[in-house]
Design a protein around this ligand. Structure first.
Ligand SMILES: Nc1ncnc2c1ncn2[C@@H]1O[C@H](COP(=O)(O)OP(=O)(O)OP(=O)(O)O)[C@@H](O)[C@H]1O
Ligand SMILES: [Mg+2]
Length: 304
């Protein structure tokens, strides 16, 4: 049963004019035999079958799958509530579990189409990126309704691809579970009771704690740069801290510092943002000096 502490998302309720079959099958995989409907009807309203098998192989996270991840096809997803409404996407808390069996918590980041976003970062970041079908890029450029929806799908795909690459490179990011259209499903960073880890911006670390977080951030950014990437939106709002461990989030705009003509600019800006935040809190006793970070990252990215 969903945790009563969390509110269900409105709009998931069934419309009374809808045929009964549609009501029952709305959030379910197709191909469920009619005579099996009674068995699947046991799902509480608002739940859906796990979408794991709807993502193609390339749209699932890198293997080997983490031991905690529920991949059983018999699993159902229960939406426990909204974690945060962002400027471009809303993040929901899901529990994926086999009825009566094991379960895991997941974060589902759902991109809104650009007509419903409050902030547009579509231009500079996309330079140097290829869009496969030119018909798609024309629709996106014209900002037609279909084009706007495609942009949301692109952002979801871009974030999933960046997370997959970084996870494999050993950068501390949430494990990217799967991508399906405009939804990216991620490892939930937080407590088993569904409390999300705080953002660095919500904390007041000092002394050794501050230095330890800085050292983790420098290591993560150096690894990113070594892979030719910059976060692109580095700030204390896009870093979670869980049990003293720093986790980088919000990566749809991860920038290829070589292919993107403004790559070096984004790399420097990320370094400056990170250095400014830690310097302002009186960082001392850390491995690298904040002022050295831009040079360190440029060297790792083999930029002059
Ligand atoms: N994997 C996760 N585990 C726990 N909480 C998460 C996770 N991913 C995102 N969140 C929460 O959701 C918030 C928004 O996520 P994110 O920054 O990726 O989206 P956004 O649309 O860019 O939001 P914003 O406009 O606030 O930057 C985060 O600040 C964090 O509180
Ligand atoms: Mg963010």
């Amino acid at each position: 049963m969903p945790d009563p502490a969390f509110r269900r998302r409105p709009g998931r309720r069934c419309d009374d004019d809808e045929p009964a079959f549609a009501k029952r099958s709305r959030h379910r995989r197709s191909l469920i035999p009619l005579d099996a409907l009674d068995a699947v009807d046991g799902l509480p309203e608002g739940d859906r079958w796990s979408t794991w098998d709807q993502s193609a192989a390339g749209e699932r996270g890198p293997g080997p799958y983490p031991h905690w991840l529920v991949t059983e096809l018999a699993a159902a997803d229960t939406e426990l509530g909204i974690l945060k409404t962002g400027k471009e996407a809303d993040v929901y808390l899901l529990r994926r579990g086999v009825p009566g069996g094991r379960s895991c918590l997941l974060a589902a980041k759902r991109y809104r189409d650009s007509g419903h976003r409050m902030f547009h970062r579509d231009s500079g970041y996309l330079e140097g990126r290829r869009v496969r079908a030119s018909r798609d890029s024309r629709a996106m450029a014209r900002r037609t309704e279909a084009g706007r929806a495609m942009i949301a799908v692109q952002w979801a795909g871009a974030e999933f691809a960046a997370l997959s690459r970084l996870y494999q490179a050993g950068v501390p990011v949430p494990y990217p579970v799967q991508v399906l259209g405009t939804e990216v499903i991620l490892e939930f960073i937080g407590e088993p009771d569904g409390t999300a880890a705080p953002r660095l911006a919500d904390l007041r670390p000092a002394g050794r704690d501050l230095a330890a977080l800085w050292d983790q951030l420098v290591a993560a950014m150096v690894t990113l740069a070594r892979h030719g990437l910059a976060h692109g939106d580095m700030s204390a709002y896009n870093l979670l801290v869980h049990d003293g461990r720093l986790v980088l989030i919000d990566l749809p705009q991860a920038v290829d510092v070589i292919a993107n003509p403004r790559g070096p600019e984004y790399l420097d800006r990320d370094a400056a943002n990170a250095a400014a935040w830690f310097s302002a809190r009186g960082l001392h006793g850390a491995g690298a000096a904040p002022a050295d970070l831009p040079g360190l990252l440029r060297a790792e990215a083999r930029l002059g």
